[in-house]
Design a protein around this ligand. Structure first.
Ligand code: UD1
Length: 429
C-alpha cells in the first residue's frame, strides 16, 4: 500500500505553481454532458477524482480523452445513452452526483446512487432533490437509488423537460447550487436560486456554461438567475486555479518556509483565509500576476479563533490544514466547524504526533506545543491527509502517512511540489 515518508525539519524555499481547481474541473466535466460537439478543458489537474469523473462520463457513453501531461481533457457527449451514476462510482467520489442536474436537464431523467447509503430524507442530497422537484421533476427512491424524472410533455409529442422555478435554498450548499444551476440550463423558462453558494468554483462553472451558450446572471451573488436555452455547444475553457491547494501551500510556507512564492494563486478566491492568517502574524503578500508570497515571520505567530463558513467565510476544506499551524503556536486556539459535523477525525492522528487538540462537539480546542514528533499516521480524508503531510514537514524525525489514496484524489504531484521546495518527502509504493 502506497505511503508518504517524510523526514521533518527542512526549510521550504522557492516557487510552486498551483494546479487547476479540482472542485471546478469536476463540475465543468459534468456540465459538458449538456453540450453538443466537443468540450476542451485546459488546466485540468491530473488527480484521481478527475479520473473517476472521466470514468463516470465514459459509463454514460461519452468519449473522454485526458492528456495528463498537458492537463487537457476533451469530452464529447453526443452519444450519451445511459442516465445512471452507479453506486460504485458515487461511493468512490460523492461529486459523481453532479451528473444528475445535467442529465436531467438534457434528457429529462436520471438515476443516481444515493451517496453514503443515506436515505432521501437525510441531509446529504435533499436540497438537490428538492430543487429538481420544484422544477417539475418527480423523485422516486428505490434500492438505494433516486430516479428523478421531469414530468412528461409526451402528450404533446414533446420530450420530458424541467421548467424554470424560484428556489430558496435552506443552506447555501455548493453541490445543490451547482446541480440546480446546471439542471436549469436546458429547462423551459427562468430559474432563480436564492441563497445560492458563492464559492469562486461556482462562478467558474457558471462562466463555462455561459461560454457554452447558457444564460446565467447574478454570478458571484447569492441570487443566480438562469434563463433556459435550447442548446449548449462544446467550447474551450480554462479551469481556474485551486484555492484549497493554494491555502495548503500558504500554510506550508507559514510552518517552515523561508520564502515560498506561490504562482497561479488568486488572493480574492480565498475568502477571509489570507486575512485571518495575516492577523495571526503570517507574513503574506499579494503580488500582481496571481502570485502570493509567504515569508518567514519576524515575530511570533498568535493563536486564533477560527470558524468555518461558506464563502467568503473561512473554508471548511482548509480547517484541518490551519489546525496544524495552530498546533505549533503557543497559547490556546479554538476552531469551530460549522459546515460538516464530523470533520475532526484527524485530530487523534495529530495528537499521536504530540499535538494537544481536544474536541468538544463541533469545536476543537488547541493548545500550542513546542514540537511535533514524527509517527506513523493514517489519512482519514483528503484534506486531513494534506494536514498530516504538513505536520510531517515540521515534526521531529520520520512521519509515515498511510491511506494516501485520499490525498491523491485531490492534490496533483503533492510530494513532487514539496520536494521542489526542499522538503524531504517520498512516495513509497
Ligand atoms: C463541496 C466541496 C467540498 C467542501 C464543501 C463545503 C466539491 C466536490 N466538494 O462539497 O470539498 O468541503 O463543498 O465547502 O466541490 N447539505 C445538506 N443537504 C444537501 C446538500 C448539502 O444538508 O442537499 C449539507 C451537507 O451535509 C453539509 C453542508 O450542507 O453539511 C455543505 O455541503 P455542500 O456545500 O453541499 O458541500 P458539497 O458540495 O458536498
Amino acid at each position: 500500500m502506497a505511503k508518504f515518508v517524510i523526514k521533518g525539519g527542512n526549510q521550504l524555499n522557492g516557487k510552486v505553481k498551483i494546479s487547476g481547481a479540482k472542485n471546478s474541473a469536476l463540475k465543468i466535466m459534468a456540465a459538458s454532458i449538456m453540450a453538443t460537439g466537443t468540450t476542451i478543458l485546459k488546466n485540468v489537474p491530473a488527480i484521481d477524482d478527475v479520473l473517476t469523473m472521466a470514468e463516470v462520463l465514459n459509463i454514460l457513453g461519452a468519449e473522454v480523452n485526458f492528456n495528463t501531461a498537458q492537463n487537457e481533457i476533451k469530452i464529447n457527449c453526443n452519444d450519451i445513452k445511459a442516465f445512471e451514476a452507479p453506486y460504485e462510482l458515487v461511493r468512490k467520489m460523492r461529486a459523481s452526483i453532479l451528473v444528475a442536474g445535467p442529465l436531467l436537464s438534457r434528457f429529462g431523467e436520471v438515476k443516481i446512487a444515493i451517496p453514503g447509503g443515506c436515505n432521501i430524507g437525510s441531509r446529504q442530497i435533499d436540497l438537490h432533490l428538492k430543487g429538481f422537484e420544484l422544477m417539475g421533476a418527480e423523485n422516486r427512491l428505490e434500492h438505494g437509488y433516486v430516479y428523478s424524472r421531469a414530468i412528461s410533455n409526451s402528450a404533446k409529442g414533446l420530450k420530458r423537460k424541467l421548467k424554470g422555478s424560484e428556489i430558496n435554498l435552506e443552506f447555501p450548499s455548493r453541490g445543490a447550487t451547482e446541480n440546480i444551476m446546471m439542471a436549469a440550463c436546458l429547462s423551459s423558462g427562468k430559474t432563480i436560486i436564492n441563497n445560492a453558494a458563492k464559492e469562486p468554483e461556482i462562478n467558474d462553472l457558471a462562466n463555462f456554461l455561459n461560454k457554452a451558450g447558457a444564460k446565467i446572471s447574478g454570478i458571484g451573488t447569492d441570487s443566480l438567475i438562469i434563463e433556459g436555452v435550447e442548446e449548449l455547444k462544446g467550447c474551450e475553457y480554462e479551469i481556474m486555479p485551486d484555492s484549497i491547494e493554494t491555502g495548503t501551500f500558504i500554510v506550508a510556507g507559514a510552518l517552515c518556509g523561508k520564502k515560498v512564492e506561490i504562482n497561479d494563486a488568486i488572493w480574492d478566491n480565498m475568502g477571509i483565509f489570507c486575512q485571518k492568517l495575516k492577523s495571526m502574524g503570517v507574513n503574506l503578500e499579494n503580488k500582481a500576476d496571481k502570485t502570493i508570497i509567504v515569508k518567514k515571520s519576524k515575530t511570533a505567530l498568535k493563536p486564533a479563533y477560527i470558524s468555518t463558513l461558506p464563502f467568503p467565510g473561512f473554508p471548511t476544506d482548509l480547517q484541518p490544514i490551519v489546525t496544524v499551524l495552530l498546533c505549533t503556536i503557543p497559547g490556546i486556539s479554538v476552531v469551530t466547524e460549522n459546515v460538516f459535523e464530523n470533520r475532526f477525525m484527524y485530530a487523534d492522528e495529530l495528537n499521536r504526533m504530540g499535538a494537544n487538540i481536544k474536541i468538544d462537539g463541533h469545536h476543537a480546542v488547541i493548545t500550542g506545543v513546542s514540537k511535533l514528533s514524527g509517527a506513523p499516521v493514517s489519512a482519514t480524508d483528503l484534506r486531513a491527509g494534506a494536514a498530516l503531510v504538513l505536520a510531517g514537514l515540521i515534526a521531529d524525525g520520520t512521519t509515515e502517512i498511510y491511506e494516501i489514496h485520499h490525498i491523491l484524489r485531490g492534490y496533483e504531484n503533492f510530494d513532487k511540489k514539496l520536494r521542489n521546495l526542499g522538503a524531504d518527502i517520498i512516495k513509497v509504493s
